[in-house]
Design a protein around this ligand. Structure first.
Ligand SMILES: Nc1ncnc2c1ncn2[C@@H]1O[C@H](COP(=O)(O)OP(=O)(O)OP(=O)(O)O)[C@@H](O)[C@H]1O
Length: 731
């Protein structure tokens, strides 16, 4: 049963589907392709080892009757040498079999894990929003191993046990069929016992696996949020959460041990009944002279060897039943389809110019009640910068997911150079459209590898050029091992702004004709945000750029601003026109309470920049923040073209061929410089946060507000400063 994406939503809350061991086995058996010859060899080794054992037992009966009972040393040597030979051969065969079995089982685990991992990597974003990461981790680790016990060890074990049992049973019948028949009457007791326990063992095993996933999730989430935990002193709450899941796991695992132990002990009792029956019947047979002591001992030995495989078969049934619970959890994931697939015949038309058309697009997330986007249409020409803004939940990020083809629209289509996105092979499409996501994604690797993942195989020169373009080279050079310094997402070594510049370097290196920037300055403080503006401009130069942002400081520089609300475009135009219209955009702009009406920063000509003044270290950011450009630089003759940056060949960074995008002239109403663009005086929230003057790194070019007197801490009414609103009354 394959599920569509809508079904995926229910997975989080619904129990995993209940399936039969046979179904689970059939599902995973194809993954043993290429291993089956080895599995056959393993099975052959086990059969040979069982044969050797059978022969050894017969020799033991022979030795008892001829050497021991008659006290003859002469009768000892021949069977003893044979026994030894068989024991050595059996040991070699068993060793070879076990080694091969280990190879085959581990190989299977590896293959299954890669198969599931590969599948999970193709699943759409909402799958990860609806599944706890810890649970996914546990499925990829312990559930994968459980399936191995079912498909590989289970199968080989069952075949070996069945053959061993068959040999010993045949030998026992050959020795004394009547005695064998009498004892075999009791064999079904083993099966009855196993049947009795299997249902409960499967239930408890399922509970254990779910609890295991929950524990991993709690630990993962708690450590991932360690700052929240510590800052809000949530240790007790987190401990309680862990305790709850650990208690469920504790109960399941104690119950599972109890059930297994009860089954074991019941089987022991059944075995004892069988052995006593044999001894009783044997004693009677010896007393009537129809059996020798050697025969009886050999017979008892056969039974001793026979019971473990019989018991093993029954136990295996339980193991497989328990493993089915793991299989259910994996099948649940494997049955979720990726939201998009590669086209059968992809379009290979070479690097596109970068015209992006969104035509009558509507989209609803699988399983969601409301459409996220409704009848959306717009076009972005090569080199244009279009800003998409709007209130939270308007559908902006959803649009970025459609542009990258994480989803296909339900209606309408998105086109690149006139070709619908679903016509491009996915890998090719994502070479052409680069996403700079909201959260900075960092690999746990070196800085070099983090940049190089923009274009695998890029030369060191290209990487450095990209880092320089992203204003990242200086801080990278200051790291203990430079480009070879290892970083990770939580690395204390790099500030948010530095991580963002690393991401920009990666995107520069990727050199795609279309860029989708999702809140490139969100989460950065004002200084860090300013610090990424220049690298962003270099990144955007000559590319089609769609920037999703709440930060309207960047809007004056856009060729167009689209205001999205409720999944629809409600306004579109240039920043100034939209402001003048006094509609949704103007309200959004006002709500930012932003005194800056026109920065011109995104289009500021790089070549006219003056060297920045000596960096001033700020808040631990080793690079210090950059000075604002002087007023003279604000005329906007177009922006600099940067890139492509030597794709592995080490060509100079400023290669021809990338025409800069249309260079708009100065927009009406653009202030010539910061001095006039910034409202002087202490606007609410301004001026007091950064005391004026250069002492705290106030960048030159901004006219500081009038120097205030002593800084008041409360307003006359006793309310805290900076709060126009009523004081929170509490609940
Ligand atoms: N995985 C999902 N499943 C169902 N609905 C979703 C999912 N992701 C987002 N949505 C819904 O789609 C709508 C648009 O969300 P989207 O994330 O695109 O908004 P946004 O404009 O980017 O918001 P923000 O500015 O806060 O990031 C919202 O109503 C949101 O609740």
């Amino acid at each position: 049963m394959r599920m569509n994406n809508g079904d995926a939503e229910e997975l989080e809350y619904a129990d995993a589907p209940t399936i039969l061991p046979r179904t689970a086995f059939r599902r995973f058996w194809p993954l043993t392709r290429g291993l089956r010859r080895r599995l056959l060899l393993v099975w052959l080794c086990t059969v040979l080892a069982a044969l050797a054992e059978t022969e050894a037992i017969l020799l033991f009966g022979d030795l008892t009757d001829h050497a021991l009972r008659q006290g003859s040393l002469a009768a000892f040597w021949s069977p003893a040498v044979k026994w030894l030979g068989i024991a050595v051969a059996g040991a070699l065969v068993a060793y070879a079999g076990n080694s091969l079995a280990a190879w085959a089982t581990e190989r299977f685990v590896m293959r299954l894990r890669e198969h599931v991992f590969d599948h999970v990597q193709q699943l759409p974003p909402h799958f990860f929003q609806r599944h706890r990461q810890g649970d996914l981790l546990s499925r990829l680790t312990s559930d994968v191993e459980a399936i191995e016990t079912m498909v590989v060890s289970g199968l080989v074990g069952a075949a070996s046990a069945a053959f061993s049992a068959l040999f010993y049973a045949v030998a026992a019948f050959w020795l004394r069929w009547d005695l064998a028949a009498a004892t075999f009457v009791l064999a079904p007791l083993f099966w009855l016992a196993a049947r009795r326990f299997s249902g409960s063992i499967k239930d408890v095993s399922r509970q254990g696996r779910v609890a295991d996933g929950a524990i991993t999730s709690v630990v993962e989430e708690s450590l991932g949020n360690i700052v929240l935990t510590q800052a809000y002193d949530r240790r007790d709450a987190e401990r309680r959460r862990l305790h709850e899941e650990a208690t469920a796991w504790f109960r399941a695992s104690v119950r599972s041990t109890r059930l297994n132990e009860a089954y074991e002990q019941l089987v022991q009792v059944i075995e004892t009944v069988c052995v006593l029956a044999v001894i009783g019947i044997g004693a009677w047979e010896i007393s009537t002279g129809r059996m020798t002591l050697g025969q009886l001992l050999a017979f008892a030995a056969f039974l001793g060897y026979l019971y473990p495989p019989v018991r093993g078969l029954a136990q295996l049934g339980l193991t497989v039943t328990a493993a089915t619970a793991g299989a259910e959890r994996l099948i649940e994931i494997l049955d979720v389809n990726p939201a998009v697939t590669d086209p059968r015949q992809g379009t290979e038309s070479g690097r596109p110019d970068g015209t992006v058309e969104v035509r009558d697009v509507s989209f609803r997330y699988p399983g969601a009640d409301r459409t996220a986007l409704e009848d959306l249409s717009f076009t972005v020409s090569p080199g244009e910068l279009v800003i998409i803004t709007g209130p939270s939940g308007a559908g902006k990020s959803t649009l970025s997911k459609l542009l990258l083809r994480f989803y296909d629209p339900d209606a309408g289509d998105v086109r690149l150079d006139g070709v619908p996105l679903r016509g491009f092979p996915l890998a090719r499409l994502r070479e052409y459209v680069t996403l700079l996501p909201q959260e900075t994604l960092v690999l746990h690797d070196t800085v070099r590898a983090n940049i190089a993942c923009g274009r695998p195989g890029a030369s060191d020169r290209a990487i450095e050029a990209a880092a320089r373009a992203a204003d990242a080279h200086d801080f990278i050079a200051g790291l203990p091992d430079g480009y070879d310094t290892r970083v990770d997402a939580h690395s204390a070594r790099l500030s948010g702004g530095q991580l963002q510049r690393l991401a920009i370097a990666r995107a520069i290196l990727r050199d795609a004709p279309v860029l989708v920037l999702d809140e490139p300055t969100t989460g950065l403080d004002a200084m860090a945000a300013r610090r990424v503006v220049k690298p962003l401009r270099r990144l955007m130069a000559g590319r089609t750029t769609i920037m999703i942002t709440h930060d309207l400081n960047l809007a004056p520089d856009a060729d167009r601003v689209l205001v999205v609300d409720g999944g629809r475009i409600v306004e579109t135009g240039r920043h100034e026109d939209l402001l003048a219209r006094g509609g949704a955009y103007a309200r959004l702009h006002r709500s930012q309470n932003n005194a800056v009406t026109d920065t011109g920063e995104l289009r500021m000509p790089l070549r006219q920049e003056q060297p920045p003044p000596a960096p001033t270290p700020v808040y631990g950011d080793g690079a210090g923040y950059e000075a604002y450009a002087p007023a003279a630089a604000w005329a906007r003759p177009g922006f600099e073209t940067y890139g492509p940056v030597d794709h592995g060949g080490g060509a100079p960074a400023d290669a021809p061929g990338h025409a800069p995008g249309p260079a708009p002239g100065p927009a009406p109403g653009h202030a010539p410089g910061h001095a006039s663009g910034h409202a002087p005086g202490p606007a609410p929230g301004h001026g007091l946060a950064y005391p004026p003057g250069p002492a705290l790194g106030q960048p030159p070019g901004i006219a500081p507000g009038p120097v205030p007197g002593p800084v008041p801490s409360v307003l006359s009414g006793g309310r805290p400063l900076f709060r126009g609103e009523e004081v929170w009354p509490g609940v």
